[in-house]
Ligand binder design. Sequence first.
Ligand code: NCD
Length: 304
Amino acid sequence: MRHVISVHDFSTAEIVDVLDRAEDMVPIARGEASSDLLKGKILACIFFEPSTRTRLSFETAMIRLGGGVIGFAGTEATSVVKGETLADTTRMVSGYADAVVLRHPREGAAKLATEFSSVPVLNAGDGAGQHPTQTLLDLFTIRTETGRLEGLNISMVGDLRYGRTVHSLAIALAKFGNTINLVAPEGLEMPGEVTSYLKSMGRLGTICRSPEDVISSTDILYTTRIQKERFPDLVEYERVAGMYRVDPDLLSRGPQSLIVMHPLPRVNEIAPEVDVMPQAKYFEQAFNGVPVRMALLSMVMGGE
Ligand code: NCD
């Protein structure tokens, strides 16, 4: 049984395999071809935290492959409000479905769920932990847009402390032999365990406070939202909110081939004028969630 909990669960060869499968899925994801690969299978999407792209792209992926979807988005109408534990919810839902996609505010929740699930669990974000399926769609986007997965200079900008997407992505990019620059305000730096991993791989680039310092040598500017919901103190949030903004002026100082990515939702990190610039790839990135999650679902549910 194959769970998808952390990016460490994948070798580079396995990641490339997922991306290759995802490429084959694109026509089905676009609705130009049809498939019944997962006909008769059921996916449970249980989301204890807000989500738009992750949940809807998982559901779209499942439906495009001929399967069905159950689940909840928010716990208000579930037994969680009666005090049901994650262990019990998982045990029971795994009896209704062939795979479970879980998003939860607690770090380690997805790993815990694997102990109680009788079917594969896919981590759709565990607090400030990891977001491995986002990482796979980010890598798919990078490969599609630049034609490669190695030898790139990636600058991660924003809330590197609480932003789970950058935790998983930095690790995966290091495995493929890319250099990662870390640009964060004071107090929102990348956690020590990720930085140490990058260092041990010889892949840690520049650590700085301003994107201006790295823009001229950046191939990929990976921008993130300040994760307001994870701040113990909102005064702290106000201090850093709006600190970074990617705009045409900043981009004019980077290479012409530079691309801008963002897992979305964005708040103020990217000026709307950037949306129409050739560098903007975040909406393509959001679409890529569908073929990549189709590839993953077909792998874990064995609908070969
Ligand atoms: C991200 C998340 O939930 O971690 N969103 C997503 O899944 N695309 C990023 C965010 O919420 O800022």
